[in-house]
Design a protein around this ligand. Structure first.
Ligand SMILES: O=P(O)(O)OC[C@H]1O[C@H](O[C@H]2O[C@H](CO)[C@@H](O)[C@H](O)[C@H]2O)[C@H](O)[C@@H](O)[C@@H]1O
Ligand SMILES: O=c1ccn([C@@H]2O[C@H](COP(=O)(O)OP(=O)(O)O)[C@@H](O)[C@H]2O)c(=O)[nH]1
Length: 736
């Protein structure tokens, strides 16, 4: 029975030594809740860091910690103070965190931090490999462990590896600034499935991958190293029932032990019938937009002074990453701002901002959620933001309004919130006013829709969907129809060649005989090609047929005096023994007048793309265009062309970085068949690299040898790795 191992930087247990006594608290955070069923299932375990520095504990304490962790079905990766400073505070939180949240000016790229990040990812992989058996599933979480998927795959390819990023994935323009961008992507690509909160993050990741690494991206799948990696969005949810039920409990039992905070809230609510509370809960992090929020609240009070004395901002800021300088500066800035605004605007009976710098136990959090009229969740950038969802789950009386930043991943699903740009104080102020004045029916209508979605797509559903998709992705292997051409097979083909008396070699040109060039005109035959073909052609029992998508004039120029068989324009034209060109099908080309303007429009909007006009086809080349833009445009152009070609006996060939429109009756298969049937060949060998060569392979008799250049999906029997070896192969097979 295979098991699932969850891996994250932090374990779902909080461990603390207070007065030399170990305090253990199992975490109730979103991830821990979502993973509960996965974690408790069978022999599954959770691997991560305990939060304590290994080298600050004596051996007795280490044992105690190990045991406490084992009781929670967890295994720790011991980290030293050095690791914590350099891997966690350093590379994770001074480089990746600000970079992925678009705070470029805050990023510090220190080699020492990077080296520690590599070493700690390595430490994680060693611990995991000690506990993983062949075929187990490993689900790796978050930016602290980007290198882990590849490290694991290298050591144990039988593992099924999923990776989920909890923070935003930035645009390529940001990501490219990281000196170790290549290594980070390489690390992530070790996974079978890579998940993000939103589709935008998926897009950004695919864009970075296709620009930085030589991979093939098809919709949301990456072909890399003979594997298919699936990339998708899985918006994380919350444990809806836990929050909703706790809020119901609060309603039915209002006299539960009240905290100081709750007593103050009660006083506020009783002070004025119109009094309202606006709630903000965040980690004290510069991505959360805390100073902006305070300033926009001040702006609101000045723009709409009638609300002074009635509305309070209750701000809970949870201490976070206090060793990092930017977090210390933010704390200072927040303290000063709150002090100034309260100093400027407070009255004897009213303080505009209530500010708490601490974390609260669950019950008190619920008190806060339940008692607030409005939640203001306005991060500058946030992967998802669970507070927004928790607030909605605690609405049990059909009242409450959520003001949500469009920069939070949650905004992609929570359309019924009042969506604001946190940098636009006017808009934010107007939305605060709208929230305060929103009619009850509208509050209910918006809440109903939000609650419906959030209760349905909860955190358990999120985990299940991810694992289901991972299970499917692991079987998503690229088809392996062809066998690698072995040296024994090459000898067998060579000896068959020598023994036979009527031989045919069907050879594609671009990507097979000649290397693939950025500019098609540059792929002219080299002396090596001429000399090899001429030598083979000296034997009257061997016929060479170059069978290509190139146009007739080009081949006339390159092979005019030669007496090889030439097939051009994907099979439209044939020339044998240096005689006249013969059309293989009745051809019309008046359709070009309609198709050319469409291709021209796409060429204008795709820098680097060009149109090649052939006698009976039009080709749109995009090999020189930006890869990502070309992928998008190709999809669009294909769509438009397919609409235009319908019922016209024309078809679109999707070749290697080219879309070609041509008569449907023409293809390399028909051309190959017409050659094969003209003689009684006892040896046939065909080599090609392109999608269009598949037609040729399909028409070959069973006894023929078909060889694909590149290990990709094909109907050919054999494949060779690359074009560079084609000439050698021909030489070996044909030389006596
Ligand atoms: O472990 P810390 O350094 O103390 O930081 C706490 C966690 O913060 C980040 O949370 C993110 O994940 C949330 C759930 O997916 C998401 O809603 C939020 O937008 C993110 O910022 C971080 O990703 C975690 O690794 C940290 O443990
Ligand atoms: O005193 C507190 C305040 C907040 N939270 C929780 O911290 C999480 C914050 O998650 P979010 O996605 O909003 O942001 P992150 O801090 O992960 O970036 C939420 O589940 C909150 O309920 C908490 O446990 N104790």
């Amino acid at each position: 029975m295979h098991k699932t191992i969850i891996v994250s930087n932090r374990l779902p247990v909080d461990l603390k030594y207070i007065d030399n006594k170990l305090h253990v608290k199992s975490s109730s955070g979103g991830l821990a809740t979502g993973m509960k069923s996965v974690h408790s299932e069978g022999n599954g375990i959770w691997i991560g860091w305990s939060g304590l520095a290994e080298d600050t504990m004596n051996s007795e304490q280490k044992n105690e910690v190990d045991q406490a962790i084992a009781q929670e079905k967890c295994v720790q990766v011991p980290l030293t103070e050095y690791d914590i400073d350099n891997y966690y505070y350093g590379f994770s939180n001074k480089a990746l965190w600000p970079l992925f949240h678009y705070f470029q000016a805050y990023t510090e790229f220190e080699r020492e931090h990077w080296e520690s990040y590599v070493a700690v990812n390595q430490k994680f992989s060693e611990v995991i490999l000690q506990h993983a058996n062949d075929g187990d599933t490993i689900w790796v979480h978050d930016y602290q462990l980007l290198l882990l998927p590849e490290l694991l795959r290298k050591k144990n390819p039988t593992l099924t590896i999923g990776f989920f990023l909890h923070i935003p994935y930035p645009s390529y323009e940001l990501f490219r600034t990281c000196p170790w961008r290549y290594e980070l992507l390489q690390g992530m690509l070790g996974a079978d499935l890579i998940g993000f909160h939103t589709y935008d993050y998926v897009r950004h990741f695919l864009s970075s991958t296709s620009r930085i690494k030589e991979v093939e991206v098809n919709f949301n799948q990456i072909s890399y190293n003979n594997r298919i990696i699936k990339v998708d969005s899985f918006p994380m949810g919350i444990d809806y029932n836990r929050y909703h039920n706790a809020a119901l409990e609060h309603d039915t039992n209002p006299e539960h032990t009240k905290s100081e905070l709750m007593k103050n809230i009660d006083l506020h609510n009783q002070s004025n019938e119109e009094s309202k509370l606006i709630l903000c809960i965040d980690r004290m992090d510069y991505t959360k937009g805390i100073p902006n929020r305070i300033k926009s609240f001040e702006y609101f009070l000045n723009k709409y002074p009638e609300f002074k004395g009635k509305v309070r901002l209750v701000m809970l800021a949870v201490p976070s990453r206090e060793n990092v300088e930017q977090y210390q500066l933010l704390k200072r800035e927040t303290d000063e701002l709150v002090g100034r605004i309260n100093g400027d605007l407070s009255t004897v009976s009213w303080t505009p901002v209530w500010y708490f710098y601490r974390s609260l136990p669950f019950n008190e959090l619920i008190d806060l959620y339940v008692s607030s009229d409005i939640a203001m969740v306005t991060p500058i950038r946030d992967g998802m933001n669970l507070v927004a969802k928790e607030y909605i789950a605690t609405r049990t009386k059909d009242t409450g309004v959520l003001i949500l930043s469009e920069m939070a991943g949650a905004a992609k699903e929570m359309h019924e919130a009042l969506i604001v740009n946190p940098n636009n104080f006017d808009q934010t102020a107007d939305n605060i006013k709208a929230a305060l004045e929103m009619p009850k029916e509208e509050q209910k209508r918006r809440l109903d829709a939000l609650q419906k979605r959030i209760s349905r797509y909860d955190v358990e559903r999120w985990a299940t969907e991810f694992l289901k998709s991972l299970e499917a992705a692991k079987n998503n292997k690229p088809p392996q129809a062809a066998t690698k051409l072995s040296s024994d097979k090459i000898q067998e083909i060579a000896s068959h060649y020598q023994k036979s008396s009527r031989r045919l070699l069907l050879l594609d040109y671009d990507g097979t005989l000649a290397g693939f060039k950025k500019n098609p005109e540059e792929a002219i035959p080299t002396n090596e090609i001429y000399s090899l073909l001429d030598t083979i052609n000296e034997d009257p029992n061997t016929e060479i047929a170059i069978i290509s998508g190139r146009d007739r004039n080009t081949f006339e120029k390159w092979f005019g005096p030669k007496n090889y068989t030439l097939v051009t324009d994907h099979g439209a034209w044939l020339r044998k023994n240096n005689s006249e060109w013969e059309a293989l099908d009745r051809l019309k080309s008046d359709w070009k007048e309609n198709i050319r303007p469409v291709m021209e429009a796409f060429t204008d909007s795709t820098p680097g793309a060009l149109i090649e006009e052939k006698e009976f086809s039009l080709a749109w080349h995009y090999r020189k265009a930006d890869a990502e833009m070309a992928a998008l445009r190709t999809m669009e152009l294909k769509h438009v062309l397919n609409g235009l070609l319908f019922n016209n006996n024309l078809s679109v060939l999707d070749g290697n970085k080219v879309l070609e429109v041509k008569n449907s009756n023409i293809n390399k298969g028909r051309a190959a068949a017409s050659i094969i049937t003209k003689a009684n060949y006892d040896f046939i060998l065909a080599i090609g690299d392109d999608w269009t060569d598949e037609f040729m392979f399909e028409e070959l008799p069973e006894s023929a040898y078909s060889i694909k250049v590149g290990n990709v999906k094909t109907v050919a029997k054999y494949y060779i790795e690359d074009q560079i070896t084609v000439l050698d192969l021909l030489n070996t097979i044909t030389s006596k």
